[in-house]
Write a protein that binds this ligand. Structure first.
Ligand code: ZN
Length: 363
């Protein structure tokens, strides 16, 4: 297949041979690891490889060129359009549908299509519902039944641009030639999604106005074309002060967040036997609690605290309490308790603040 296309566009056999060799090398990188075992795909392109999507698309276009084109030419099919794995076909004769499906599925046994026929004169294609009327068609916006209206919550510590991005599909409501009734319906859905996720309605209205204006002004200006995008790590709204320094320059800022689900769920590398983290120390006499953090094993930190008590060292609040009140401490299994195992850093500070708050309220 690659040979066919290369021959068509580039009449240089040596170059073609090299490209095919390269392509083979890349396509063969389709092994993966699962449960300590390595597997190699028997067919298909590698999952997650940057070239897979392109190869799949080239293959689909190739089959279209080889087969579908003939069927269109011979008027076996009246209308054909496809987007990735979604195809819309139109044919006058209803009984031919099964035959067409049979023919399409014969092209490649690894490429099997399923048919969705229209119900109540309407059919879903991509994000549209196409409804046939007497002498024209009516389009409305289609959301899958599995669609939820959850977006990043308005109050979440994310850059505003990323939170509002969930509503950029207002664009298709503005640009598609859909009826006013359908447009109103879509707008109601958008507003309800916004409300459910804590967005003030006027913010969504402003976005709608902005996108409508953008539709009128089509071409980007030369200034916009010369802009460079630079990623910045977003930690909170205070970063705007730095971003503001780039206003009026040709540098545009894109935000990157570090607080990702992947990071939250994946295990932090710490020692299970001797964990570091947030610990509490108890006074054996009055049961008051001291909460602290340690980047090293908490056992070591505990020994250090006890040494402060013994050497009359005022560096530790716990030692001061024991010494000033002549209260008792230890042994460690009685006094020391791990509250949260974690590694040193921003997250440890957050956990510490949370536990201090928690025990402060109890008192
Ligand atoms: Zn005490």
């Amino acid at each position: 297949m690659a040979k066919f296309w290369l021959h068509k566009s580039l009449n240089n056999e040596e170059m073609n041979g090299q490209i095919i060799l390269l392509l083979n090398t890349v396509v063969e990188q389709n092994y993966f690891q699962y449960n300590d075992q390595f597997f190699k795909l028997a067919k298909g392109t590698a999952m997650g490889s940057p070239i897979s999507g392109t190869i799949a698309e080239i293959y689909l276009q190739h089959t279209e060129n080889e087969y579908i084109k003939q069927w269109l030419d011979s008027k076996e099919i009246c209308y054909y359009k496809c987007y990735v794995d979604d195809i819309i076909l139109y044919n006058q004769n209803k009984t031919q549908a099964e035959q067409i499906l049979h023919n399409i599925n014969r092209i490649d046994e690894n490429l099997q299509y399923k048919i969705t026929t229209k119900e109540h004169r309407s059919i879903n294609f991509l994000d549209l519902t196409i409804h046939r009327k007497e002498n024209n068609i009516d389009i409305s916006i289609y959301s899958k039944a599995t669609n939820t209206d959850t977006t990043i919550h308005y109050l979440s510590n994310h850059p505003f641009e990323q939170k509002i991005a969930a509503f950029r599909y207002i664009n298709r409501m503005i640009t598609l030639s859909i009826s006013q009734a359908n447009r109103n319906m879509e707008w109601a859905t958008i507003i309800s999604t916004a409300k459910n996720n804590g967005f003030p309605e006027n913010i969504i209205r402003n976005l709608r106005t902005k996108l409508a204006l953008k539709k009128q002004k089509q071409k980007p200006t030369t200034k916009e074309l010369n802009q460079k995008w630079v990623p910045f790590t977003f930690f909170g709204p205070a970063i705007r002060r730095i971003i503001n320094l780039f206003k009026g320059s040709n540098i545009k800022i894109a935000f990157r967040t570090t607080n990702m689900i992947h990071k939250q769920l994946s295990k932090e590398p710490f020692n299970i036997q001797n964990p570091s983290g947030i610990y509490k120390l108890k006074c054996n006499t009055c049961n008051k609690i001291y909460v602290g953090q340690s980047g090293r094993a908490i056992d070591i930190r505990y020994k250090e605290q006890i040494r402060y008590v013994r050497t009359n060292n005022p560096q530790s609040a716990y030692a001061i309490h024991i010494l000033q009140n002549r209260h008792e401490y230890g042994p460690s299994n009685n006094t020391l308790q791990l509250l949260k195992a974690c590694t040193k850093g921003m997250r440890m500070n957050c956990w510490e603040a949370m536990y201090i708050q928690k025990f402060h309220q109890k008192e």
